[in-house]
Design a protein around this ligand. Structure first.
Ligand code: NAD
Length: 322
């Protein structure tokens, strides 16, 4: 049994990761949010509220830990990252101070949650994206703000491994979705936002839905259970370079809306907001490397994951009203 720090444990992915890790390990769960705002909180974990931008808090958090999973970041969907570039870049303080603390406290393994937003924008201008390979991050032209912070932090992980011998692992997540994620408030991403809008229309008797962009932009979406398995397997692997962790089931946003409408049993008139933040034109995960190295890739079908996500968001909205 090891002692493991999960940074960002009050968030979506961190909360699910704590649940998985504590089956076998002691978990220290840390987040900046007050405990009552954590998406999930395990009574078995050692739960602490700390601002991990501060070095002394990172040292306290890493003390006595064998491994660190860094999922803490000030982030959200396109609506947030396009309008909060400085805040996104300040997450560099979290990763920098956590790496320094891990080294100082003799942590053996360190995981950093990177993002498909590191990829060169010029390779994402076609909705029929054949899939982004790991090498497509360079020459660098990442998503402004958020993506550049991730790319810089990836490299810092690499240099801590090369220069200081700290074993670091980096996964580039492609859109993760599922229950206990952000679904309202401005930081939500497309799957949760579409579920919420369809439910709002259904409950409110409206026949319309507003879609950001023209609906033809493409993405892939990874269900959280695949994400958690991938994170743990990559952490424990010998993979030294950043690796894609995402689904390769690419869909247009219109197709995503079709699926959610099917689940809800409604058809809505789509109003396309061409001035809303929409991100790149086409993005998909190319999974050759993960298949080769782990013999596995995220494969939970989008429809299946969305059914669970929709049901959870529906409960939040109806229980909230009640
Ligand atoms: P999330 O916002 O739900 O979780 C991040 C958590 O970090 C939040 O609970 C937040 O309070 C915490 N945090 C922020 N600043 C902090 C600080 N100074 N000290 C301590 N905690 C702090 O996001 P998520 O979806 O769970 O994402 C987890 C990680 O995965 C992030 O690094 C994110 O950039 C990355 N990622 C997520 C996705 C996705 O689709 N969800 C895609 C690519 C990358």
């Amino acid at each position: 049994m090891k002692t493991i720090l999960v940074a960002g444990a009050g968030g979506f992915i961190g909360g699910h990761l704590v649940n998985a890790l504590q089956q076998e390990h002691r978990v220290r769960a840390v987040d900046i949010k007050p405990l009552n705002e954590w998406y999930q909180r395990s009574p078995q974990a050692e739960n602490r509220v700390l601002d991990l931008r501060l070095r002394e808090n990172c040292i306290a958090a890493a003390d006595g830990c064998d491994a660190v999973y860094n999922l803490a970041a000030d982030m959200g969907g396109m609506g947030f990252i396009e309008t909060h570039k400085a805040a996104c870049m300040l997450s560099v303080l979290i990763n920098t101070h956590l790496l320094m603390a891990a080294r100082e406290k003799g942590v053996k393994r360190y995981f950093f949650a990177s993002s498909a937003c590191v990829y060169n924008a010029e390779k994402q201008m076609d909705p029929d994206n054949p899939g982004l390979r790991e090498s497509d991050a360079y020459p660098a032209m990442a998503e402004d703000g958020y993506g550049w912070e991730k790319l810089f932090s990836e490299r810092m992980c690499r240099h801590f491994m090369e220069d200081f011998g700290l074993v670091t692992r980096v996964a580039r997540f492609h859109n993760v979705y599922g229950p206990f994620g952000t679904w309202t408030g401005g930081r939500e991403k497309a799957p949760a936002a579409i579920c919420r809008k369809v439910i709002e229309a259904k409950l409110g008797g409206s026949r319309t839905i507003s879609i950001w962009g023209d609906g033809r932009q493409t993405r892939s979406f990874m269900y959280i259970d695949d994400g958690v398995k991938g994170i743990v397997d990559i952490m424990n692997s010998g993979i030294e370079e950043p690796i894609n962790l995402g689904s390769s089931e690419m869909v247009s946003i219109n197709r995503l809306v079709d699926i959610v409408e099917d689940i809800a049993g409604v058809r809505l008139e789509r109003q396309y907001d061409l001035n809303a933040p929409k991100g790149v034109r086409g993005r998909n995960s190319e999974n050759t490397l993960i298949r080769k190295t782990l013999g596995w890739e995220p494969s939970i079908p989008l429809r299946q994951g969305l059914e669970k996500t929709y049901a959870w968001i529906l409960r939040q909205m109806t229980e909230g009203r009640a």
